[in-house]
Each structure stands twice: as structure tokens, then as C-alpha cells.
Design a protein around this ligand. Sequence first.
Ligand code: NAD
Length: 253
Amino acid sequence: MGMFEGKVALVTGGASGIGVAASLRFAEEGAAVVVADINEAGAEAIAEKVRAAGGRARAIRCDVSSEADNAAMVAAAKQDFGRLDAAFLNAGAYAQTGFDESDAATFDSMIAINLKGAWLGLQAVLPALEPGGAAVVTASTSGVIGLNVAAAYSAAKHGVIGAVRSASQSFARRGLRVNAICPGPVATAILGVTEQAPIQPADALALPADGLLLPQHIAELALFLASPRSGGINGQEIIADAGFLSSYPPMPE
Ligand code: NAD
């Protein structure tokens, strides 16, 4: 029996990187998966991959900064699969713009996708999750310490952690949980890595020697935080960065 047998999960940002790994792992663990992304064709390709492997999945185009799109995503889960147990609100975008040169348009877009996207996602899934269910939001280590070279992104990710903490009592009142993951550097398109690493057996994942995490490292944590195995954890931010932030300065080459 998989961890999510008979359950339904949705994953935003499901067309690339961490969201792909999470969609595939939720499906391997028995969940029906709603793969949501602003890149509809990319989301459809991942849903098709799940179906080809014998799983249940559907894709939906969702711009997470739109309240209506978030509502439609949740409605799609209910309509196609009858329930919602896990929501991995993972979509995000990065702008490498230092504080000094950051303009208002960059700030607005970083806040809209990363912070408003997470906020609207949490509001949409709160009334829809089954008791015992959970939401997991992807923040960043740059939501824990400031990142001058990507200042608006960093500010938005700090806000994501604030949103998760602030929402946690609303979730708990309904028997639900919400937590944030703070990844360090992960080998995805955000860092220019476009080739998706294959999924490995979960217990074969080791500490990356170069400190660069695989998307699956984050996906496994998302599954844990979405499952009853993490039933005592609510309103937290969990850092997964291969130890990068825990000593300063970072390890020399
Ligand atoms: P990625 O670029 O591979 O995937 C991001 C996905 O989000 C893409 O499929 C993209 O189409 C989608 N997306 C972008 N804007 C959207 C919108 N408005 N609505 C819906 N979908 C949208 O990058 P990733 O590394 O897999 O990113 C996933 C999350 O991890 C993001 O929140 C990112 O900020 C966070 N993160 C990544 C790293 C890293 O080093 N890769 C580190 C810390 C945090």
C-alpha cells in the first residue's frame, strides 16, 4: 500500500522541476494527482506520464496569482476525483535582481507569483481539504535569510513563511495542517538545469556531495509533510539545503 492510496493530491508548478518530482511521487504512492501549472502543455505531459504508468492524473492550467484559477483547480480535483487530501503549493518564479536595481514591476511580479500565489492557494484549499489533510508550500532558504542579489524574490519568500504561520491556526481548527519547505539550491530550471533527474527509490536518496539538491529531495519532504506521518508538525518552515545555512561562511571549495 502506498502512503496516499485512495487519496487525492494537487501540485502547483507541476510542469517542471520540484513539481514534476512531487507529481510523480504522489502518484507512485497511490494518489490521484491534479497537475497544475501556468504551462498547460507541460502539465498535461506530466499527467499523461502518470496515466501511462497506470496512475490517475489530470492537468489544469492555473495561474496561481489568480483567485479564479485557484478556485477552478480545487473544483477540478473534487469534480474528477471526488476529494482533496494534499495540496503542494509549489509554483514560483525567480528574478535575479539586486535590491539596488530592482524596479517596481519586478517586485510586483515576485510578490504576485510567489506570495499572493501561495496565499490564494491556501485560501482555496482550506475549505476543500478532507479532515487529516495538509497543505505544503514551497518557500526558500531565501525566505529565512535575505538574498541581496534576488531581493524581491527573497522578500516574497519571507512573506510565504509568514502566510504559512498565520494560516496554521485556521488549518488546525479544521483538523488540517500547513507547513513550508525552504529548499536550498535545487537542480531545476530556476538554476538553468533543464534535464529532469529520474525518480529514484526514495530510500536511495543521499546527501548530494556538491550540495546541489535533486528535485526529488524536496518532493520526498513534501510527501512527508502532506502525510499523517508528520501529524505533529504545523505552521513550521523546514529547511532542506544539505546543511548550507547551518554554518557560516559556507564551505569553501
Ligand atoms: P521550475 O522553474 O523548474 O518550476 C517552477 C514551475 O512553476 C514551472 O513549471 C512554472 O511554469 C510554474 N509557474 C511559474 N509561474 C507560475 C504561475 N504564475 N502559476 C502557475 N505556475 C507557475 O523551478 P523549481 O525549482 O521546481 O521551483 C519550484 C519552487 O521551488 C518555486 O516556488 C521556487 O521558488 C522554489 N525554490 C527553488 C529553488 C531552486 O534552487 N530551484 C530553491 C528554493 C526554492
